[in-house]
Ligand binder design. Structure first.
Ligand code: SF4
Ligand code: SF4
Length: 357
């Protein structure tokens, strides 16, 4: 696998990295197996986070003993010293390494968060001290707000920046990536397949690879997914693939879920993130795959009390309560068309939900 230099860190990382968020969703043995497979296929760059529950521990077990053969990045979403200290030490233990290659401030989406990190004697100084002790090599930052990252990079203290970049979310190409390149800051592309909304992952990743020095880190938790994603290295996207990416983009608009699950859990046990993308899922797999068990999730979705918890956590500011209710109704309407519930049952479910309002 081709290696590329991750900006001024001088780390030589594989052209495609491994996003370790989805391995949370499989059993521990399968997670370790897929990470080992990824390594065997030539990927040496692994990106996880404290907030990805079991992910750091899985990476630690799968990569134990490989030391400098792999480059491991993790992150903490805390912007205060006490919790960051806890997170850093937990990451250290979970990853089973004598040093962490790259520690990133996770989801820095607001100016006040950036200020908190940079505060004298605060989180940044804490990590710099860990660097002096030899427990940490490099410091990076991640965000869903490319404009805020312009400000962050100009401080000169971050060695890498990680933002969403894909055929739909391409704003970083305008200013952020040129700035990062001019400052020799490593560029990591999260969500290269936009949560799986494209017809083909190969073309979506291959499109990113056309941008030199940008390292995509697709999330993977199955062997077949790894094989599929690595096909992106074979060739640039063909004309037909680019046309399909454009058609996917036009079909989606801007208000769509990227499958990050930051919005979960819902205090009322509503499967909000699943519900808002269910239309997309069934459109792809076929409406005939809808089963009785799905109806319960959509019926529950109608009971959303608009508390706003999920929306306050969504980095894309999606109007989640409305989306959950509208999508639940739309899915139940589809269930009627599929003959899974009757028109009368559909009306009854709506009535019950309205009464609750
Ligand atoms: S707005 Fe609805 S779906 Fe979102 S957390 Fe509140 S109850 Fe759950
Ligand atoms: S609704 Fe927002 S937070 Fe929830 S999974 Fe989708 S993009 Fe992520």
């Amino acid at each position: 696998m081709e290696l590329v230099r991750l900006g001024k860190t001088d780390l030589m990382v594989s052209r495609i990295g491994f996003g370790a968020l989805p391995i949370q969703s499989v059993d521990r043995n399968s997670a370790v197996k897929v990470v080992r497979y990824v390594y065997e296929r030539g990927i040496n760059f692994f990106d996880t986070a404290r907030s990805y529950t079991t992910s750091e521990g899985d990476l630690g077990r799968a990569l134990a003993g490989l030391n400098s053969k792999v480059i491991v990045a993790t992150k903490s979403a805390f912007k205060n010293l006490e919790q960051l200290d806890k997170d850093f030490n937990l990451s250290f233990d979970n990853l089973q390494r004598s040093y962490i290659d790259l520690f990133q401030f996770h989801i820095v989406n607001y100016e006040k968060e950036l200020e908190a990190i940079l505060k004298k004697g605060g989180p940044l100084d804490y990590l710099k001290n860990e660097q002096k002790k030899g427990r940490l090599r490099h410091i990076g930052i991640t965000s869903h707000r490319p404009k805020l990252m312009l400000q962050a990079l100009k401080t000169g203290v971050f060695e890498t920046v990680q933002v969403p970049l894909n055929y739909i979310e391409n704003e970083p190409l305008e200013e952020l990536i040129p700035l990062a390149r001019s400052l020799d800051i490593g560029i990591i592309a999260m969500k290269p397949v936009a949560g799986g909304v494209f017809t083909g992952n190969r073309s979506a990743i291959s499109w990113i690879l056309q941008h030199p020095s940008v390292v995509p880190i697709p999330g993977m938790c199955r062997i077949e997914e790894v094989d599929d994603n690595l096909k992106a290295l074979d060739a640039p996207p063909a004309r037909a693939e680019l046309d399909q990416l454009e058609a996917d983009k036009q079909g989606l608009g801007t208000v769509f879920c990227r499958r990050c699950d930051y919005c979960m859990p819902c205090p009322n046990d509503i499967e909000a993130s699943y519900i808002v993308r269910s239309g997309m899922i069934f459109k792809r797999v076929g409406w005939d795959k809808m089963e009785k068990s799905h109806i319960d999730a959509f019926t529950k979705g109608l009971t959303c009390d608009r508390c706003g918890t999920c929306a306050s956590r969504c980095p894309y500011d999606l109007p989640l309560a409305e989306m959950v209710i509208d999508e639940s109704k739309a899915m139940l309407r589809k269930a009627v068309e599929q003959g899974l519930i009757t028109e009368a049952e559909f009306s009854e479910k709506l009535k019950v939900a309205e009464k609750k309002d």
